[in-house]
Design a protein around this ligand. Structure first.
Ligand code: ADE
Length: 249
């Protein structure tokens, strides 16, 4: 998969692309980062990429010509053009899975008050919001989306980790522990040291259900849950279906 990131701040993207799993995935050829500096496509002598909004109002808007130039220069046959914006559709794991089947994804990293609407109308396939809050950097929003997407591609992360983690089965992930067994008097739960796979599985499922009830109970309400999860819910001290926490099934 090729990510084409159109930005006024290439260093933000470079720092990410050159580190950790992203760097490994590009070294092995699974993904590539094509970083395009929008300013290279500004035509005036000051290389201006933003201007005042027509109709007045605070802030600046990214001009259409440099963006169109950068978009036209992207070398790919079929691209999905994404504009991260708080005014977009909410990004989810399901959305990430859908995007992971694309070959070339273009991100327009916005700044200021956003980009000229005519670019959205003529080039953009998806306007995506990473959450109900506003950040200053479209680069960070684009990288959040790219990260959630490329890690789903085969060979980037081991398949077992993907299967177990939060959101794949509709429950939040159970707590993890590593060495030492005793950290400042806090001991690792004994069951994890027992080597008893079935008991460990049951303990982890119970912790997942408890955590989901505590932090995101609405996830359980919208899911059809297994008999085993139903039992765990019923056994919770103040929870369970009968006390009105769980309204599913
Ligand atoms: N740019 C600024 N805030 C954003 C958000 N919440 N989602 C996507 N892009 C953004």
């Amino acid at each position: 998969m090729n990510f084409h990131l159109l930005t006024l701040f290439p260093d933000i993207i470079k720092g990410y692309a050159d580190s950790s799993i992203a760097a490994k995935a590009s070294e092995s050829g699974v993904i590539s980062f094509d970083i395009v500096n929008i300013r290279d496509y500004a035509r005036d002598k000051h290389k201006n990429c933003d201007d005042y909004p027509f109709g007045g109002g605070a802030g600046m808007v990214m001009k259409p010509e440099p963006l169109a130039g950068a978009l036209d220069a992207v070398q790919a046959e079929h691209v999905r053009v994404i504009y991260p914006t708080p005014a977009g559709r909410l990004f989810t794991q399901h959305y990430a899975e859908e995007l992971s089947r694309e070959r070339d994804i273009v991100f327009i990293c916005g700044r200021y008050e956003g980009i000229d609407q005519r670019i959205i109308d003529t080039y953009v396939d998806d306007e995506i919001s990473i959450g109900d809050y506003v950040i200053s950097s479209g680069e960070i929003a684009a990288l959040v989306i790219a990260d959630a997407v490329y890690r789903l591609i085969e060979g980037v992360i081991n398949a077992e980790s993907l299967a177990e983690e939060s959101f794949t089965p509709g429950l939040l992930e159970y707590p993890q522990y590593t060495r030492p067994r005793d950290f400042r008097g806090l001991e690792v739960p004994k069951v994890l040291l027992s080597g008893h796979h079935e008991r460990i599985r049951e303990w982890r499922l119970k912790k997942s259900v408890e955590k989901t009830m505590q932090n995101r109970p609405e996830l359980l309400e919208t899911k059809q849950v297994s008999e085993e999860v139903l039992h765990i819910l019923n056994d919770l001290p103040h929870g369970g279906i009968n006390n009105g926490y769980y309204k599913g099934n």
